[in-house]
Write a new protein. Structure first.
Lengths: 748, 172
């Protein structure tokens, strides 16, 4: 199949406005009469509001003030479980919980006014760890602090222990991680009796906001309109949170009678919005005398924070990925999401999988070391092969060759030669070097029956001039949605890339193609764009306007004729599950995902045992994600994910104090800079996926899963000391190495 | 903010600007709100992320940390000053190499890159890493930004890096 547009690195669709600074982000917009909103938040973790006092020296009569009493519909953030109020009434369940909203035309007066609102509380005891939540030190949610549990039970785990040559146990933990998109959350809302509510904002999922605003306002669907503005990064951090800030702006706009803009500053965004769920994973693994996995018990727990939000779904993905790309004759994964008095944790690229895969890939290295096999050799014996089944008994039908991926990644990283060289060199000198492997997979699209429920719809249309538009609610926030969807439509219609554009993301204009999450845009939405384009083209063929001979000019003439004589020219694509897909939601067994991306990453690190700092010197990222639609964008996704993974592993630590983030600044929450990233060497194996557009699968989240375990495995290889928690900071390495020196009777 | 507004006169992208502002107002806000130059972005408001980078008398600064009184009589260049009719070679390189993803750090990156190439027309990898270390990007992992800088260094004609004529005079 020769392609002209797909597989070519065409310029990013919205690239020119971005490089010239003319792209319009929400804070760049201003409307007639617009005023500014701000949020008064709780300063305690748990308790009851007893009194609210408006302090002196603020012209309160000039302010619009909104409380929970002003909510016209239901006081909830409607998503999955209606447990989270948009504004607290009496009960406070986490620090930074929104209580009051203020608006004023002078942006600079707002911080002073927020500070002048004094709220008194009856404080209640709060809980801030998975352990305190599990033992119900306080019951802060439901009857047992548990949002959700899952059990996967394949084979007969209880029988494997007696035959095991080795039983290896380990516990692994991961910390919260801030998405740290460079554009903070922000929206503008407008309310009119005639048109209802209109919201412009930075977001991933306009129809999530749409749904939430319908519940909040009690307005009918057609009176709620949501438009996405250019979005300066998201990574999951703008999946569910925009429903809250949009709700706030709408409440203020209704009362104010003028448009209201709320844009958080960095400190508020970091303190109040979602982060990656902290996790704890316990592994108990049975291995036979030849180093083959017999079975495992895995217990996976995530801290969901104070409200359910997306935690059940994050937990689901983490649970399904907990067994990784290995063949387990028997495996039991028991998982739960628990409540604490922390702002709710939410979506972040990878969505539970980076947590459980960190634990697994660290544990695989630990097992290898424990039974006397090299990490690559132990993996080689156990990697999934086509025809075998995953932890949910999903048969691998793709012709994926993980052995080959492993071989190639080791070759690209010069693994064996370097390991031998480092082993010698590490004996002397204070700088220890090591290499670490991570093998992993990431499911593309919604889990289980998710895509069937979503029932995504996309449209493609052409005007009389033959200009084509793609209509989806799938948003662009840097990944390349606009570009790849236009490529697919152009390729399918035998047009040029420039002939196709994206309809504005406006819930009054585009159909609901579902949220822009879960590595589903390229694979699921891309396929539907192709289907819609084929349907539209077929209309021209059926009308006798398009034959075998196609191309831009013929197409244009056909569109002109069609629109004049027949009418509107469009096509649509509605989701259809691939054949032979079966998922049992009760047993958590079956086809968890339509397809997986597969990868082997190798990290090379230096641990300086004088400063205890770790540098990543080289990084090989080899993956199979089906056919690559756009080589530059695809590589960009991998490189960006790897950099976030380096931050997750080595730098990014949220410091908590009673559920409040204490380092909510870029000054003291440290993400990788241009001087912290190694050469990131990206390689693709391309096996066309039958049910993806031009053979493509999902790609966006995969690169978040591998870097942290690969880096930690490399640190362990370099130092000979086991590290089981991320982030791994110099002080952690100091503590561990000092302890091990003491043990060995060496002066520190 | 208690001091009264003052008239401040400076050059922005080669044109005279006269504004009335509180002396401690941030240059960032003056550019965005008074002069409608919204290409300069706010990411952190504390000089860490570099999204608000501009050139002040040819020096790379974070405009969120510059009180506007400090620019009285000075020359300021923002991202809007680079593309005239066609894209500036640095902007073109960012577009072609995939140096921009979400785009929010991009204006600052481009300003920082122009500054880097003025100081090091043929930068080494270390000079690129150092020259951009005040500009954070969460999307790209920097790899394609480095490539864009290298590509720009090969293609950019010397005159594209020159400061506007007026600016040279005013800083003398």
């Amino acid at each position: 199949m020769s392609q002209r547009v797909v597989g070519v690195s065409v310029p990013r669709k919205e690239g020119a406005p971005k490089v010239t600074g003319t792209a319009q982000y929400v804070d760049d917009l201003s409307f007639e009469g617009m005023i500014y909103g701000a949020t008064v938040r709780s300063t305690i973790a748990r308790g009851r509001i007893t009194r609210i006092e408006f302090g002196d020296n603020i012209p309160w009569d000039e302010f619009v003030i909104v409380t929970a009493k002003d909510v016209p519909g239901k006081n909830v953030v409607s998503l999955i479980t209606d447990d989270q109020p948009i504004l607290a009434e009496i009960q406070i369940n986490h620090p930074e919980e929104p209580i009051l909203l203020l608006a004023h035309k002078d942006r600079h007066l707002l911080p002073l006014a927020v500070a002048a609102v004094k709220i008194e509380y009856d404080e209640l005891p709060s809980i801030h760890s998975i352990e305190d939540s599990e033992r119900c030190k306080e019951v802060v949610w439901g009857t047992d602090n548990i949002f959700k549990t899952y059990t996967i039970d394949k084979g007969n785990v209880d029988e494997v222990w007696k035959d095991a040559a080795w039983i290896v146990e380990g516990e692994y933990t991961t910390g919260a991680q801030e998405q740290l998109y460079i554009e903070n959350n922000g929206v503008i809302a407008q309310w009119s009796e005639q048109d209802g509510v209109t919201v412009w904002g930075s977001m991933q999922c306009p129809f999530y906001v749409h749904k939430a605003l319908i519940a909040l306002t009690g307005l009918p669907a057609e009176k709620v309109r949501v438009l996405q503005t250019e979005t300066g990064g998201a990574f999951g951090g703008k999946e569910d949170y925009p429903s809250i800030i949009a709700g706030h702006a709408v409440l203020l706009a209704k009362k104010a009678g003028v448009p209201v803009k709320i844009v958080y500053d960095r400190m508020e965004d970091m303190a109040a919005t979602t982060k990656r769920h902290p996790s704890r994973t316990r592994h108990r693994t049975a291995v036979d005398k030849d180093g083959r996995l017999l079975g495992a018990e895995i217990e996976f727990v995530i801290d969901g924070g104070a409200y359910a939000t997306l935690s059940p779904v994050v937990l689901s993905r983490g649970t399904i990925h907990a067994g990784g790309p290995y063949y387990w004759p028997s495996i039991r994964v028991k998982s739960k999401a628990v409540a604490t008095n922390t702002p709710p944790h939410g979506a972040f690229r990878g969505f539970g999988a980076p947590q459980s895969l960190f634990a697994l890939e660290r544990h695989m290295d630990y097992i290898a070391r424990s039974i006397g096999l090299a990490p690559d050799e132990f993996r080689r014996k156990n990697l999934l092969r086509p025809g075998q089944t995953t932890a949910t008994a999903q048969e691998i039908r793709e012709p994926i060759d993980m052995q080959h991926l492993l071989d190639r990644a080791l070759e690209l990283s010069d693994y064996y030669a370097k390991m031998a060289r480092f082993a010698k060199a590490n004996a002397n000198g204070s700088k220890k070097k090591g290499l670490g492997i991570a093998a992993f997979l990431h499911g593309a699209g919604f889990t289980g029956s998710g895509e069937r429920y979503l029932n995504a719809l996309v449209g493609v249309e052409a005007n009389a001039r033959g200009d084509v538009r793609v209509l989806v609610s799938s948003t662009e926030f840097g990944q390349g949605t606009n570009t790849i969807l236009c490529q697919i439509a152009a390729e399918t219609l035998d047009l040029e890339y420039d002939d196709v554009s994206m309809a504005p993301i406006d819930t009054h204009v585009v159909p609901n193609s579902g949220p822009t999450v879960a590595s589903r845009t390229a694979m699921i939405i891309g396929k539907l764009v192709q289907t819609a384009a084929i349907e539209m083209r077929q209309k021209l063929v059926d009308a006798g306007l398009l034959g075998e001979d196609t191309g831009r000019e013929v197409f244009r003439a056909a569109c002109s004729e069609y629109t004049q004589t027949i009418g509107r020219l469009n096509g649509c694509g509605r989701y259809q599950a691939p054949p032979n897909v079966y998922w049992d939601d009760a047993k958590y067994m079956g086809e968890a995902y339509p397809a997986f991306g597969w990868a082997v990453y190798v990290a090379e690190v230096t641990v300086d045992t004088t400063t205890y700092s770790v540098t990543v010197d080289d990084f090989v990222a080899l993956q199979e994600v089906g056919r690559v639609l756009h080589p530059v964008l695809a590589a960009g996704q991998i490189e960006g994910g790897v950099a976030q993974g380096i931050g997750y592993a080595l730098y990014e630590k949220v410091i908590w104090s009673k559920g409040r983030m204490m380092n909510n600044q870029m000054t003291n929450y440290i993400m990788p800079t241009s001087q912290d990233v190694p050469p990131i060497r990206v390689y693709f194996e391309e096996i066309p996926y039958t049910y993806g557009p031009y053979g493509a699968k999902g790609i966006g989240e995969l690169p978040m899963d591998g870097p942290a375990p690969a880096i930690l495995n490399a640190v362990v290889a370099a130092t000979g000391t086991e590290f089981r928690s991320i982030p791994l900071l110099p002080e952690d390495i100091f503590t561990a190495l000092a302890a091990s020196r003491e043990e060995h009777g060496v002066a520190v | 903010m208690s001091a009264s507004r003052q008239q401040i006169r400076f050059t922005v992208n080669g044109r005279e600007a006269v504004i009335s502002a509180y002396p401690m107002a941030r240059l960032l806000d003056v550019l965005r709100n008074d002069l409608a130059l919204t290409g300069t972005k706010e990411g952190c408001g504390e000089g860490e992320c570099g999204s608000c980078s501009v050139l002040l008398d040819g020096e790379l600064v974070n405009s969120c940390l510059v009180p506007v009184l400090q620019v009285d009589g000075a020359d300021v260049q923002t991202v809007e000053g680079f593309a005239t009719e066609a894209l500036h070679p640095v902007q073109k390189a960012f577009l072609e190499c995939g140096g921009a993803q979400c785009g929010i750090c991009t204006p600052g990156m481009i300003v920082a890159t122009v500054n880097l190439l003025r100081n090091h027309p043929k930068p080494t990898m270390e000079q690129i890493r150092e020259g951009l270390n005040g500009n954070l990007c969460r999307c790209t992992g920097y790899t394609r930004i480095f490539e864009a800088v290298r590509s720009a260094a090969e293609q950019v004609p010397a005159e594209a890096l020159e400061r506007p004529a007026r600016a040279k005079e005013s800083s003398r």
